[in-house]
Design a protein around this ligand. Sequence first.
Ligand SMILES: Cc1ncc(COP(=O)(O)O)c(C=O)c1O
Length: 406
Amino acid sequence: MTTTRAVDFRTLLSTRAQIGQTARGTIASTTRTVLTPLYEFGGGRPDPGSFPYDGLVDATARMMKEEGADALTYGDALGYAGLRDLVCHKYELFEGLKVERDNILISNGSSHALSLAISAFVDTGDPMICESPTFSGTLSTIRRHGPEVIGVPVDREGIDTNALRERLEALWRAGRRCKLIYTIVNFQNPSGPTMTMRRRHELLALAREYETMILEDDAYGELRFEGEQHPSLYALDDSGSVIRSGTLSKILGAGVRLGWLCAPKDLVPVMNSFNFGGGVNPFMSRVATYYMRDHMPSHVALLVDVYRNKRDAMRRGLLETLEGTDADVNKPEGGFFLWIKLPTGTDREKLATLAAEARVQYVPGGSFYPNGGGERYIRLAYSYESVEKCYEGARLLGNAIRGAMS
Ligand SMILES: Cc1ncc(COP(=O)(O)O)c(C=O)c1O
């Protein structure tokens, strides 16, 4: 007779998986879940009404007729060549930036892209810098790699380069090198600023001086409602120290799960070595390419109008109800989010209760801070709900905030 033992998988987990459990716990514990919200202002989900359903049906049929069996077999290791070319075309069309297919690595959304870049550079215990606040999804990915995460404040001009210099200098003096600086350059998620030209140049100069790499996340760059578009860090860099990520999630559909990295050519295969085999989603890459080849500028122009209207409606609802308080509601020049500084004396627990009663969802600011802080802030996504619901929900939340003021 054989003895059966119960195996507790927890006792067998790899160090990396154990770090992952802790990282997820840290994020989850700071994010309140509102049950069945009627106003979903939590995650950065795209507007479902503007998904190009018919266009994608048509693109799928055309693609399958033209590509036959190629559509359904394994793909190229670095991604479908047509999509890599489309990304090059997009950069040229929107920014006048010239890159080549060999600079591009296709990924499963930009979350995956960022993870590949972080895996290529960051070991457990390594110092890595990110903005404070920063996108909670990437923060969780960063933490999963187990580095020492060092937050650098963001102000209206983007990352605070004086504070950045201090952190880099302190590391350098201690004989340590920062591996990566993660930054969201346009309509920073969550706090909204677009990094000024001065800061872009200062950041690049610091990366050169302290011999570190920059990971430039530009998930929303195409969705600019107003203001001047600046060249990317990647375009301004002449030392091969910038890796840039992009995504189709916000300009086509998050469900297509396609994003990319744009990087110096010799670095692309290194980052791809953390990828899985068979190429990333070759079927959907073809569908997206066939659609975007014909419709990219017109579809993006339509989305810019959609999201601008939603931003304005949500701001209006908040400003009307919070008038006379010292709340601050930002006005991002693009993207999906508003960042709100709550009025003095707002009771956060009471706000959570009142907002839940009004069935309005939001994300508490603390979720976005690598080293603590952010209690005075909340983030709202205007991307998902209709213009009308953005306005109504913002009024309900504004009233909840008033009700939570002592
Ligand atoms: C700043 C930022 N980067 C990256 C992502 C990841 O998006 P995806 O993996 O869908 O490309 C998001 C999504 O909300 C984001 O806000």
